[in-house]
Each structure stands twice: as C-alpha cells, then as structure tokens.
Design a protein around this ligand. Sequence first.
Ligand code: SF4
Length: 408
Amino acid sequence: MNKIQLLSPAGSFDIAEAAFQYGADAIYVGVGQYNLRAHSPNFLPQDLPELMNLAKNHGKLVYVAVNIMPDQNQFSKMEQMFASIAENKAIPDAFIISDPGVLLLCKKYFPETALHLSTQTGTFNDYAIRFWKNQGVKRIIFPRELSLKQISELCSLKIVETEVFIHGAMCMSISGRCLMGAYIAQRHPNLGDCNQPCRFKYRISPSETNCKKNGEWFDVEECENESYILNSRDLCTLDILPEIINSGVNSLKIEGRNKSIHYVASVVKTYRAAIDSCLKNPSQYKVLQEWKTCLDRVEHRPYTTGFFCGELLLQEVFTSKASSNARIVGVVKAFLDGLPVIDVKNSFSANEMLEVLPVQSSLSSYKIELSQITDLNGNTINIAPSNRLIKACCKSNLRPGDMLRKVI
Ligand code: SF4
C-alpha cells in the first residue's frame, strides 16, 4: 500500500496543535476571509510565521485555502493579502485554490509554492486533470461525487497527486453548484458564506388555496419537529478505508475548519489508528468498536459512505439533526507541582466521571475521576469553571494534550 497523508482541518492554534499531536500529517487552514469558511475563526497573514513554526516543530505541513471565486473587488483585496504573506516570508507548503485568477495570483507572488485544486472546482475527468496540471496544479482534490471505481481509474493515470475527503459534512448538491444560501439569505457558497439552508427542518403542507386539487404545488415551510428533506448525512469511511487507500490517492482529508478541538482530536485520532492498522496489515483490517464509539462522541449527522460505493443513501429525512454523546470539559496543558493543569472548556464538578481521549496514539479512551480540583493557588473548588486553568488530583497518568470529556 502507498504512503498516505492524513490531512486535518484547523481553525485555531490550539486546534492545529491538537491535530498534529493526535496524528495528522498536515493541516489546512483559512487565512483572512478568502476561503470557503469565511465565518470560521480564520488565521491572519501575520499568524503564519508562528503557525509554520509550530508545524515545523512537529515535522508537519500547512496548506492555506484561498478557494473562493472572488469578484473584481475581492480580487484586489486578495492581492493585498498575498503581498502581506509574501512580506512575512512564512510561506505555506501549498495553497488550495479554485479560481483561475487566484491561481495566477499565487504564481505571481509564490512561484515555488505548490498549488492544490479545491474540490469546489469539480474535476471529474482526466482531460480536466491534464488541463489543471498544465496550469501548474500539483494536486487535485476530487469532488465527493466520484465513486471509488472512478477515483481508482483517475489515480492510475498518475497525472498529479490526488486527495479525497474521508470524513465530515457533505453538501446535498455538488459542492459549490448550489445557490440556495444566495437565494434565501443572499449568502453565497462560492464566497464561503453559505448559511446552510439545506440543514434546516422543512415541512411540506397543502396551502389553503392549493389543497383542493391533486397535482397542485405545495408550500414548503421550516418549522419545529419537521423533516430534514435536504440535509445530507455525514461522510464516514472507516468501513471502506482499505479500498480508498488502494485506489492510489495520496491524501485523505477530514472536513471541518469550523469544528471544535474535541471534534478534530477525536476524528484525527480515530483515522490515524485506522490508517496505521490498514497500512500494517491490510488483509487483517477490521473496524474496531472503539473507533466507532470515538466518532459517535463528536457532533455528527447519521453517517454514510457517500458516493464512494454508489449507494447514494445521503438523506435521513427524520433524523438528520446533528447530535453527539459527549462534551469536552478540558485539555491537559501542563504539569504544576506534579499535578495536571487543565484548561477548562466546559465546567464540570469534582468527582464527576469523565473520559480521557489520550493524545498517545497507542492508548484507547479510558474513564477517570478527578477526586480533588483546585485553582492554580491550590484552593479547593467544587466546580471547575469554563475558560479557567485548574489543577486536578488524579491517579492516572495524564499527559499534556490529553482531552477530558463528559459522556452524556
Ligand atoms: S445550502 Fe447546503 S448544499 Fe447548498 S452549498 Fe450550502 S451547505 Fe452546500
């Protein structure tokens, strides 16, 4: 089996660090507003030196998404951003682009930097791949709508590096070819501004004037307890990971630049373990229950293998609301006087039963009780308040980076 990259999203320094610690080979981030998660907590151009340094210390890579399709006004602002990145001299390992104009801009400011073509562009055939190769693209990120067979065929041509999404949210439309957000709320998907109306609940009901005759149009309304008729399930590919790796792709990508640190750590840890197991002994690969449990702990819609197997079972009309069965309560930051210092994300009480998501890849999740918690001055407290650092007494061997969560 070929060497393969696990690529994680990261919306902040903390998440980038967690992604590296939990096993990602590379991260992709947004810088400024010119990417398809314009409302995520993106990085600023001046953050790049520190981010690149962090990656270098971990021996990992950073890709910067600049994959909107800008109008003329946005284009000149993008140019200013590129100039500012070039000035800081902290150049990412690749830019993820989708617009040909942005491709030219990248070449102008960063002629040596790799270009990856966003899934947003929709590259479905070998002529399109050759076209983009001729423009200097090093890697194509395939659309989620390709089947495994199609991916294998395209990869076997070895024209450029290839990447596929293996986990996370999916659009009910072909990515980017959807104007629902623009139509309903003037928020455009190709500018990273979609308000995701496909995730809303809807109801189809006969209107007073139209209910008399069969075949009349029905109104579609959003209201409580009604159907998620447009809401795609989330992608999960643990069951078909060996086939995906065998297809010859170079990079496996996790969706979710606006996802939490707990989400990123859990999903990266799970796929790191699954990929390693697959590469070690493909014929013995088996999806472990603990991997499935870990992916159930994070917020998700019902899972699907998407278009890979051609099943097209993408909508779960009545149960597509995202849910999770755990909530992160803290991250171990360091040790003080021999005790773990925990950065509390959500408040919890002393003696509550918690679960540890260990940063060490060989360790599985385990239960823990923090018998005594104190503030940093050593004063005992009963409740650990959110957004504070606390110290905890516990018998187990916590490590910096370990996450604590409450199973609900
Ligand atoms: S409305 Fe839904 S399907 Fe359309 S672009 Fe937004 S997230 Fe994708």
